[in-house]
Design a protein around this ligand. Structure first.
Ligand code: HEC
Ligand code: HEC
Length: 290
């Protein structure tokens, strides 16, 4: 009996000392995470996430090699797809959405986790970037929610036309992404918006242009008719992504650069480009681009 008791005591102490976290933490936005939750988050992380994101959270897990889009390095404390202006800290539910729906076209697949499991693992990944997350004084970004859609389904074609003009003539999205209009149409758009036509197209007008990132690799802006858009499928989700930008990359937050109505118009236009992906219409569109 005595022996059994001491074995029990011993296993109790060993299992206690194995716990990484013994104290609770307070993260940005006053989010409280108990030591119990952080330890649970660590377990979930080791089971499901570590293979890609790495033991140290640096994105260098055994499975990361050769991935076209590398796993996020959590030690940097910067994130691409929060629903906040780029550079600010995302809310927990923004991370939950990424876990629930995955990031289309990347190795980051959707996960079937309970709310409690998502909460635990999200709190845990914050511990890889303590300087960014820990402390009562740290603030989360203001959440970007979709405003009232000024177009709606009834005015879809007008929105797409306007979005095409903003894309090529005002925001110049093709300076990183690619153009989707002919020289003639581009010239017409410029004449209408900037008062002057255009005689020729840049040599790389129809090419996407890789951009530097804060993650230490080049990011290739998507061709919407060919590549996946990672964090958005609907016009509304595109609105949020355009307003927010993509953190740590060259993709700006458009919220304070173009008007709200213009963001909606461009969202409709980008959605119309995404809709021709994998359809014969893509070929028709491409054949007109000269
Ligand atoms: C098979 C590899 C793989 C596994 C397993 C994986 N991820 Fe990822 N994860 C990725 C890749 C790749 C990206 C980067 C996508 C990008 O940059 O667009 C990513 C990005 C992320 C991001 C960053 C989102 C942002 O806004 O920047 C978070 C958070 C994340 N993963 C959490 C997790 C969690 C939590 C788990 C475990 C439940 C997990 N991942 C498992 C590959 C993986
Ligand atoms: C200065 C360069 C730059 C400009 C200008 C730019 N983008 Fe981007 N954009 C990028 C990069 C780089 C990415 C890829 C980010 C990543 O690594 O996921 C991107 C990604 C995107 C995405 C995909 C988001 C996702 O969830 O995967 C959309 C949609 C997008 N841009 C739309 C636009 C539109 C519309 C405009 C003009 C209003 C624009 N971009 C202007 C660089 C730019």
């Amino acid at each position: 009996m005595r022996v059994l008791l001491s074995i029990l005591m011993l296993t109790f102490f060993v299992s206690c000392s194995k716990k990484t976290f013994v104290e609770d933490k307070v993260f940005a936005g006053g989010v409280h995470a108990s030591a119990w939750k952080l330890n649970k988050g660590e377990q979930i992380y080791k089971e499901y996430c570590m293979a890609c994101h790495g033991v140290k959270g640096d994105g260098k897990g055994p499975a990361h090699k050769g991935m076209k889009v590398p796993p996020r390095d959590f030690t940097l404390g910067i994130y691409k797809f929060g629903k906040i202006t780029t550079g600010e800290l995302p809310h927990d539910r923004h991370f939950y959405d990424i876990l629930k729906y995955g990031l289309h076209g990347t190795a980051m697949l959707p996960w079937d986790l309970t709310e409690g499991q998502m909460d635990a693992v999200v709190q845990y990944i914050k511990t890889f970037a303590p300087k960014v997350w820990e402390g009562k004084d740290k603030k989360l970004g203001a959440e970007i929610l979709p405003s009232a859609d000024p177009f709606g389904e009834a005015h879809r074609s007008a929105a797409i036309q306007k979005g095409k003009e903003i894309y090529h003539g005002v925001a110049n999205c093709q300076s990183c992404h690619r153009g989707y209009v002919s020289l003639e149409e581009f010239s017409g758009i410029n004449k209408k918006i900037n008062g002057e036509g255009v005689a020729e197209l840049d040599a790389d007008f129809y090419k996407v242009k890789p951009q530097e990132t804060e993650y230490g690799y080049l990011s290739i802006p998507p061709d919407f008719t060919w590549d996946h858009v990672r964090s958005a499928s609907t016009v509304e989700e595109l609105y949020v992504r355009l307003a927010a930008g993509v953190g740590g990359t060259a993709m700006p937050a458009w919220k304070d650069t173009i008007t709200d109505e213009e963001i909606w118009a461009v969202a409709y236009y980008v959605k119309s480009l995404m809709d021709v992906k994998d359809t014969p219409e893509r070929k028709t569109l491409m054949s007109k681009l000269k």
